[in-house]
Design a protein around this ligand. Structure first.
Ligand code: ADP
Length: 446
């Protein structure tokens, strides 16, 4: 096992990694920007190093400063968390050159699964169901039109290097497709430094269902079943749950196995998420692979009992996966609500500032992952998420009741948060019935 790990992140995920390190008997070195100098979790770290100014490019995204901090603290590994540098193959490669273990996949595995076109190719070969669409990048307008005629409209143009819901265009006929291809290529080049685009079938009524997978450095991979993340706003997830309501368990097992095959084919070491859209007939189509631990990993931890964060560290240290697929079971139901410092009544306007009141819910089956304490100031520079509420119970109805109860206990002020919206969702009949699609929340908010 590592002796000392540098946490190249901030906020709740930095604290989550720190907790995992300490449970493994590993020292945790935190880094922080000037905007986070007062962050309470820094006091729990074995060492805390300031790496620069508030803008992420001067601190959490600054590779040379992070590597300097890692060398000063003499760590043997770096955990990137999510966001920031987590999916940057160049960062993984630089860590390797510096003889510091990167807690995540190798640059090769990341390149294979992180680029959407390349990922689709690898997925097809591993017999993972993918969307009907182009095999590689689209070069010419005519090529796209011919393909779209085969797969049928609507189709979606996506950037191979895209992310965060950007660089996508839905085309419902040939005219829009023709007029969109060039623009999409130029846009992708400007936004991601890579102009490659591809097209695939666009699903009108889809659910977002993703598979958590783990791979070790010895050629083994397993899946930890699914999360349903269909409650989204502008492609940003707000609620995640496991298991996915109403989906055939045999189908989930088959899709899960395909996800494990995919990461194995990429020689992937660590935690990965294979994202799928599911249509009304419960057909699955792979969207992309996230090559990191995700925000919503606690949902899977609660239902499977596997500590994904600790596993990510143990696998990077070269340990074998300590269990087999047949040993992984789902018990009960878990729901996660992302608590963002945003005002849902005012079009989700960011609500940064000092949190005076921060009174947490508790009791059976309630977990809070958050770095906030009363008096904490939410810096305006980063993501607006201030915490996650995760509730676990024997079944979905009880998990909803428990989540609603916990949300009513949760008192935050004077900043505004997404808590009232979550409470409204827990009481909403379509959500309670299960199986809402990815446009459900936007319809509800109209
Ligand atoms: P990003 O990497 O930008 O997050 P994804 O490929 O994961 O892009 O897609 C983000 C979201 O866009 C999905 O969750 C879904 O809501 C929508 N989307 C993407 N591809 C399709 C598709 N083929 N059909 C319908 N919706 C899609």
């Amino acid at each position: 096992m590592f002796k000392r790990v540098l946490i190249a992140n901030r906020g709740e995920i930095a604290l989550r990694i720190l907790r995992a390190c300490h449970e493994l008997g590993v020292e945790a070195v935190c880094v922080y920007s000037k905007a986070d100098a007062d962050a309470p979790y820094l006091r729990l770290a074995d060492r805390a190093i300031c790496i620069g100014d508030a803008p992420a490019k001067d601190s959490y995204l600054n590779i040379s400063r992070l590597i300097s901090a890692a060398e000063i603290a003499d760590v043997d590994a770096i955990h990137p968390g999510y966001g920031f540098l987590a999916e940057r193959a160049d960062f993984s490669a630089i860590c390797r050159e510096c003889k510091i273990a990167f807690i995540g996949p190798s640059p090769e595995a990341m390149a294979k699964l992180g680029d959407k076109v390349e990922c689709k190719r690898t997925a097809k070969a591993a017999k993972v169901p993918v969307f009907p669409g182009s095999e590689g990048a689209i070069e010419e307008e005519d090529e796209a039109v011919e393909l779209a005629a085969q797969i049928g409209y609507p189709v979606i143009i996506k950037a191979s290097a895209g992310g965060g819901g950007r660089g996508m265009r839905v085309c419902r006929n040939e005219a829009t497709l023709r007029s969109s291809i060039k623009a999409a290529q130029q846009e992708a080049l400007a936004a991601f430094g890579n102009g490659a685009v591809f097209i695939e079938k666009f699903l009108e009524h889809a659910r977002h269902i993703e598979i958590q997978a783990l791979g070790d450095a010895h050629g083994h991979a397993v899946h930890l079943f699914e999360r349903d993340c269909s409650v989204q706003r502008r492609h940003q997830k707000l609620i995640e749950e496991s298991p996915a309501p109403g989906v055939d368990r045999k189908k989930i097992a088959t899709i899960g196995e395909s996800a494990a095959r995919l990461i194995k084919a990429a020689n992937y070491c660590g935690a990965a998420t294979v994202e799928f859209l599911m249509d009304e007939k419960q057909n699955f189509y792979m969207l992309e692979v996230n090559t990191r631990v995700q925000v919503e990993h606690p949902v899977t931890e609660m239902v499977t009992g596997v500590d994904i964060m600790k596993m990510s560290i143990r696998l990077a240290a070269g340990e074998h996966l300590p269990f087999k697929q047949k040993d992984v079971h789902v018990r009960g139901h878990a729901i996660e609500c992302r608590i963002n410092a945003e005002d849902p009544a005012r079009n989700f306007m960011p609500s940064a500032g000092v949190i005076d009141t921060w009174q947490l819910p508790g009791g059976p089956g309630v977990r809070i992952d958050s770095h906030v304490v009363p008096g904490y100031r939410v810096p305006p520079n980063y993501d607006s998420m201030v915490g996650k509420l995760i509730c676990h119970a024997d079944d979905r109805a009880q998990a909803i009741a428990r989540t609603a109860r916990a949300l009513r206990e949760f008192q935050v002020g004077p900043i505004k948060t997404t808590i009232p919206l979550h409470l409204r969702l827990m009481e909403q009949s379509d959500f309670r019935a299960g199986g809402v699609d990815i446009h459900f929340l936007e319809r509800l908010l109209k």
